[in-house]
Write a new protein. Structure first.
Length: 174
């Protein structure tokens, strides 16, 4: 979710120009991100004549200069989306990361008992140092809303049961 919000903010900021919009794609660098275009301007008649003369003389035409030759090196301010696995470990195509397994478990939980078990697992992983503070916050952003949904569902079911029990004696006496 954090990545989606970040990307959406970047895209919405593009019309603000280099300083506020496009610089977000350049890791915070305030110099112009777009320094040129891939569309070359139409050659002048002199350039066409020079190129034709070079080809007629057996010379290869001059290659255009690299359009990124004068672009300054990008400054890294940390990780961007997709730069690292979410749990801070090495990425593995065969096995999902610890963080992704925990988030999938949270998303699939259907009871508060399951959420308690997942919470205990998270606490153990944090104690073992396998979950960073950043990843802990990401887990919390998924865990707490899911827990609130399950608590609300439990409360609704409890109130419905109480309402049904309150109506039973009245209906039995009728």
């Amino acid at each position: 979710m954090k990545s989606a919000i970040s990307v959406a903010t970047k895209r919405a900021s593009i019309p603000l120009g280099d300083q506020f919009g496009l610089s977000l794609y350049n890791k915070g660098q305030t110099s112009a991100l777009v320094g040129g275009t891939h569309v070359w301007p139409d050659p002048t008649p002199e350039e066409i004549a020079a190129r034709e003369a070079a080809q007629a003389g057996g010379q290869s035409p001059e290659e255009p200069e690299d359009i990124q030759a004068n672009v300054p090196q990008q400054v890294s301010l940390g990780y961007d989306e997709g730069d690292r696995p979410l749990d801070g470990g090495e990425a593995s195509a065969a096995e999902p990361s610890l963080l992704s397994r925990i988030i999938v478990a949270i998303s699939g939980a259907t009871s508060l008992d399951q959420m308690t078990a997942i919470g205990n697992q998270i606490d153990a992983e944090i104690a073992a140092g396998r979950i960073s503070k950043t990843d802990e916050q990401a887990i919390g952003a998924v865990f707490m809303p899911k827990r609130e949904i399950l608590l609300a569902a439990r409360d609704i079911a409890h109130r419905a049961k109480q309402a049904a029990q309150a109506n039973e004696p009245l209906e039995a006496g009728v």
